[in-house]
Design a binder for this molecule. Structure first.
Ligand code: TRP
Length: 458
């Protein structure tokens, strides 16, 4: 009886367009607009972009198809999926790693999302205008190193995230994403136009688009793979969870392809918006996590109606962050709700609160705790925030990706996966054979090599 009720109650997407927008909403976030430009900037620009595109289109797509297929087949949360397909075995640990990774990502993600909310407020009150161009960096640094103010914005962001997830996400998020994602595109294009017409912009375009292959090294490759997984929300069960709300008629391969293209496109657009401006204003592309917060206000201050666009930009960025944070929290909630039989509300409040608390040291490590560093083997010393990011993006997510491939290929078997992906043979995709090959051999092997290299073992 209770099983029946659960089954009836299980939420599902309203339409395939709604699913694409929600999944793209998960993918498109701070990872594409905030993280991509600075990680690319620190890793040689165009070479990084090149490897990122290969990773996203080949490996990212392979893993995303597997995750969607697993979720839709099982109609379960990230852990439940593995229990359903391999009952009585330990494979559910893959899902558990994903839940842990989602928790950690949410903790530091909300810190940066808090910064974007603060910048909405600061641009509304005009405190970002009238600063000399060279002062935007120190303005940002002094803001994030302040012990209390960023934590206030982080908590506000978590309250918003928790609020929406408590309500049940589908109707709100589906509707919002359909309007806000196109608006985000429009604003990005506008900034690109301004950025490209600044004097000295072409050096930035060159940095971002013409690769110098001598700069390829293991760090660049590992970062590009980590970034591809992060920006597409892969390897932590988010796409399994979202896939589990799909109905059986949905068309996974074409939906997943559109989601990948949207995610990659926004990253490329963000790069085109930032790098020309970085070079034109004489800043350095390896400015780290503060890059967009230091560069964009400087660009806006040189634009007609700059303050207006600045407000809109940071609002949209906050919303992009919100749709992503929602998917991270949803991984936790879907799991906890089923596991402990808690209500959605209780599961959301408790897990959201814990993620907030775990995020506080990440925020403090930008300021008063920045002397406390951790040295992982083969890495430079890192502050707490960077450890959380490195551990998830460069370790847990690749491991999650490998495990998803191995599980799909050898436990569930590609035969069953292709049956699910083709809607029980209703559609035929010649390239599903190629996908099987990728998921069995290429993807796990390549991700594994990159992981080893990144850990300094190879
Ligand atoms: N993809 C999001 C971004 O680019 C971040 C994100 C949302 C995420 N959900 C995720 C990352 C799940 C990893 C896993 O900003």
């Amino acid at each position: 009886m209770s099983k029946n009720i659960n089954y009836i109650k299980r939420e599902s997407w309203g339409s395939s367009f709604g699913f694409i927008m929600a999944a793209a909403g998960s993918a498109v976030g701070l990872g594409n607009i905030w993280k991509f430009p600075y990680v690319a900037g620190e890793n040689g620009g165009a070479v990084f972009l090149f490897i990122y595109l290969i990773c996203a289109l080949l490996l990212g797509f392979t893993v995303m198809l597997s995750e969607h297929a697993l979720g839709r087949y099982s109609q379960k949360n990230a852990v439940g999926t593995f229990k359903e397909i391999a009952p009585g075995k330990k494979w559910w640990l893959i899902g558990a790693i994903g839940v842990l990774a989602s928790f950690i990502i949410l903790s530091f993600y909300s810190v940066v999302a808090g910064w974007t909310l603060a910048y909405v407020f600061k641009s509304l009150t005009g405190s970002l205008s009238g600063i000399p161009l060279t002062e935007y960096s120190s303005f940002f640094t002094s803001f994030i190193s302040n012990p209390l103010e960023p934590i206030f914005w982080q908590s506000l962001f978590m309250v918003l995230t928790i609020f929406i997830v408590t309500l049940g996400i589908q109707s709100g998020i589906e509707k919002w994403s359909k309007v806000l994602m196109p608006a985000l595109f429009a604003i990005l294009i506008l900034i690109i136009v301004r950025s490209l017409t600044l004097e000295g912009a072409m050096d930035g375009v060159k940095f971002f688009l013409s690769p110098d292959f001598s700069k390829i090294n293991s760090k660049v490759i590992l970062s590009a793979l980590g970034q591809a997984f992060f920006s597409l929300s892969l390897g932590v069960g988010a796409m399994i969870t979202y896939g589990s709300y799909l109905n059986k008629e949905s068309h996974i391969p074409s939906d997943a392809f559109k989601i990948i293209i949207l995610g990659v496109l926004v990253a490329v657009l963000a790069g085109l918006a930032i790098f020309p401006a970085v070079f034109a204003t004489g800043m350095s592309p390896d400015g780290g996590p503060g890059l967009i917060f230091m560069i964009l206000p400087a660009v806006f201050s040189k634009m007609p109606f700059g303050n207006f666009f600045e407000i809109i930009f940071f609002i949209l960025l906050s919303i992009a962050a919100l749709t992503s944070a929602i998917s991270l929290l949803e991984v936790l909630v879907a799991f906890i709700k089923d596991k402990f039989n808690w209500s959605r509300k209780k599961a959301t409040l408790i897990s959201g609160f814990c993620a907030f608390i775990w995020g506080v040291p990440s925020s403090l490590s930008q300021g008063i705790w920045n002397k406390i560093t951790f040295t992982l083997p083969g890495q430079d010393p890192m502050i707490f925030f960077d450890v959380m990011d490195f551990f998830t993006s460069n370790i847990l997510m690749p491991i999650g990706g490998i495990c998803v491939c191995v599980f799909t290929a050898y436990i569930w078997k590609t035969k069953n996966a292709t049956w699910e992906l083709s809607n029980q043979g209703k559609y035929t995709f010649a390239w599903l054979g190629f996908w099987s090959f990728l998921v069995k051999y290429i993807a796990p092997l390549v991700i594994f090599l990159v992981l080893l290299q990144g850990l300094g073992i190879l």
